[in-house]
Ligand binder design. Structure first.
Ligand code: DC
Length: 681
């Protein structure tokens, strides 16, 4: 899949509106495993759809679980504790929440029911320790082999049918490296409880206790009541068996909420708060306690079941010194908020950052320094002094294939609001932004839906040119490559023409068509509906592309009142992080201040040929000579009309794409853009 190399954020200055969070990663992967082991079918609602849940789903499918998706519901038919497949090679990406519990589960199942499984992941997964879990399982009689470096994945798990596990003695596991080892044992060991209760004893201080609470709460939903004695001993009762709760709802991800809580604390000023939906005061996730830390830094926050509302309070934010053991993931967001405080902050108890998707302490220190902050890195701490008011620097922030580094980086884009700053804010470049796919594939879309910038800070690239010059294709490809918004202005004129046709208004009735154009109830699909368009609730995707609609558009677009009526609608497309606009007058009339203007040309003969091939490939018969005559007639009308004739802006760059493929054209424009807006390395 194409991954955009970087995403440039203009200086952001507001957030408002609502965000709906995707499902929690921690809950999703635990629920999937439990549902996969349980007897019966579990309906899982609002499951997270991300890289980490994809690998878990693929693993469950390989093990023989039934998976059936129906909109926002996934039906999982579980194994009832009985292996269907006794051999599998499972690739688990960089998902710790899949690797650790599956390693424990399959080790136990192989040892008792017979099997041969290998678990592997991306190179970073093979650097993330699992030795403490292996050491806890081996004394039970599990055969576990590290295929690479001892103590790290990939692992091979083997056993013979009819094997018995030594469950009488307590199972000891370290608690101070990753709580996922204890979670893995808690999820897997009910499988070995037929003959007697099992006791797990934690060695060393247990970190990330809230994640253990999630594990215990979900085990209880599946009928397994673990007795907890302090945070040292956990007893799984004899005969514990996973029972499907029937249906289960996955709450929104509290760690993902932290980015929006921070954005609200920094930039939700004036009227309405930023409302975050999907997680709230009733959450079972430990990271919801991030709210307390944000309050301590001065945010104004209200919450209820399933929602949180945030508003800027104290400004600048108050510096914070905090032991973050209980909120290891959301603590990264505090490091970003520290940039907006009026003094140095210090986060302690974050040793686990070193064994996550990347060494997060080192990564955070490196990237915050690029922005102008002074950072002290300790073995399990980080201290951050914000940049001086005018010491912020435009920076290209690396993300280390770590979703949280990328989401954190976006919060640097509010730098223009930093207290005491004179002059404009600076842009922030995020490298490999799509690594957010691990837990929040639509993170940037969600951010852009609520974040605002001064219009002159939002860059625009215009692509104007005659009919069939390929500007629509070029503009769409540019928008994808840059991660920007797209305005196909021709579609607005086409829709205005259709509206007139539907209402029996003549395309020459200037006032009549202008009135309809001013009230166009037009919706462009996004996400799964990208590329589809609705007018007054009726889908017009096909109708828009008809030649007859193009001719109608050419007529109504010659009417000055119609052009005026559509002007404001076009300006509204200028939204963060940037806009690619295609049409006839984008560079001359609508966005005269565009940062880069391109005028596409290709000979009429070539354009007629392209249109001809396009029609033939759709099974529509066509005549190349009459197509060419039509094109030339439309060119003449578009170029010679009195308002906004189709001509290159004085400062436009001409691109004759007669002999260029689409990729070459896109690359040419991207190169021009890099020259116009060089980014400090
Ligand atoms: O780009 P297109 O073929 O979808 O445009 C349809 C008609 O709309 C075209 O004949 C010219 C007109 N148009 C315009 O006048 N100004 C624009 N910005 C875009 C399109």
């Amino acid at each position: 899949m194409y991954r955009i190399p970087h995403l440039d954020l203009p200086p952001l200055n507001t957030v408002s509106g609502r965000v709906r969070l995707p499902g929690s990663k921690s809950i999703s992967n635990r629920v999937l495993l439990l549902a996969g082991l349980a007897a019966g079918t579990t309906e899982v609602h609002d499951l997270l759809d991300s890289d980490d849940t994809q690998v878990m789903l693929a693993a469950l499918a390989a093990l023989g679980c039934g998976l059936q998706r129906d909109g926002r519901v996934l039906r999982v038919s579980g194994l009832g504790g009985q292996l269907q497949a006794h051999r599998a090679e499972l690739f688990l990406g960089n998902a710790g929440t899949a690797m650790r519990p599956l390693a424990a589960t399959l080790a136990v199942l192989a040892a008792t029911q017979g099997g041969d499984f290998t678990l592997s992941g991306v190179p970073r997964m093979h650097e993330r320790p699992i030795g403490d879990l292996v050491d806890a399982l081996r004394p039970l009689g599990c055969r576990i082999e590290a295929l690479g470096r001892p103590g790290y994945p990939p692992l091979r798990l083997q056993g013979e049918a009819g094997g018995r596990l030594a469950t009488a003695a307590p199972i000891r596991v370290r608690g101070d490296v990753s709580s996922q080892f204890l979670t893995a044992l808690l999820l897997a060991l009910p499988l070995a409880s037929a003959e007697g209760a099992l006791t797990i004893e934690v060695e060393g201080a247990l970190i990330s206790k809230p994640y253990i609470e999630i594990t215990l709460a979900l085990l209880a939903r599946f009928g397994i009541l673990v007795q907890r004695q302090d945070w040292q001993r956990f007893v799984i009762p004899r005969g514990s068996a996973y029972r499907s709760p029937g249906s289960l709802h996955v709450e929104g991800d509290a760690s993902s909420a932290s980015y929006f809580i921070a954005a609200g604390a920094i930039a939700a000023q004036g009227g309405a708060p930023l409302r975050i939906e999907g997680v709230g005061s009733d959450s079972i996730q430990g990271d919801i306690r991030f709210i307390d830390a944000a309050l301590a830094m001065g945010a104004r926050i209200q919450s209820g079941p399933g929602w949180v509302e945030v508003h800027r309070g104290r400004w600048p934010l108050a510096p914070i010194t905090l032991d973050c053991t209980a909120i290891p993931d959301a603590a990264m967001t505090l490091a970003m908020m520290a940039l907006y405080a009026d003094g140095p902050s210090r986060l302690d108890g974050i040793a686990s950052w070193r064994v996550k998707e990347t060494d997060r302490i080192a990564a955070m220190a490196t990237e915050l320094r690029k922005l102008g902050a002074a950072v002290d890195e300790g073995p399990d701490s980080i201290a951050i002094t914000p940049p001086p008011a005018d010491g912020w620097r435009a920076a290209a922030l690396a993300t280390y294939d770590d979703h949280r580094m990328a989401m954190c980086a976006s919060l640097a884009a509010f730098n223009g609001l930093a207290a005491g700053r004179r002059g404009p804010g600076c842009a922030v470049r995020i490298l490999d932004p799509q690594c957010v796919g691990k837990t929040f594939p639509d993170y940037f879309e969600a951010l852009f839906a609520v974040a605002g910038a001064a219009p002159h800070d939002v860059p625009v690239i215009t692509v104007d040119g005659p009919t069939a010059s390929g500007k629509g294709t070029l503009a769409a490809a540019l928008a994808t490559a840059l991660g920007w918004q797209l305005l196909d202005s021709g579609a607005l004129y086409r829709a205005a023409g259709l509206a007139a046709q539907w209402d029996g208004v003549s395309p020459d009735d200037e006032a009549g068509v202008a009135r309809l154009a001013g009230l166009l109830d037009l919706r462009f699909g996004d996400g799964l509906e990208a590329g589809r368009t609705w007018l007054r609730g009726r889908e017009i995707t096909e109708a828009l592309r008809l030649e007859s609609t193009g001719l109608l558009a050419s007529r109504v677009s010659a009417l000055p009142a119609v052009r005026r009526a559509l002007h404001g609608l076009q300006l509204a497309f200028r939204r963060v992080p940037g806009l690619v606009a295609d049409g006839r007058d984008m560079g001359t009339v609508v966005f005269p201040d565009a940062a880069l203007k391109v005028f596409l040309t290709a000979s009429p003969g070539q354009r007629a040929e392209r249109r001809y091939k396009q029609l033939i490939s759709k099974g529509i018969s066509a005549n190349i000579d009459s197509l060419r005559a039509d094109l030339e007639a439309r060119d003449a009308r578009d170029a010679n009309r009195s308002v906004a004739p189709c001509r290159p802006a004085e400062d436009a760059l001409l691109l004759d794409n007669s002999a260029l493929g689409i990729e070459q054209s896109v690359q040419q424009v991207l190169d021009w853009w890099e020259q116009r807006r060089p980014f400090p390395a």
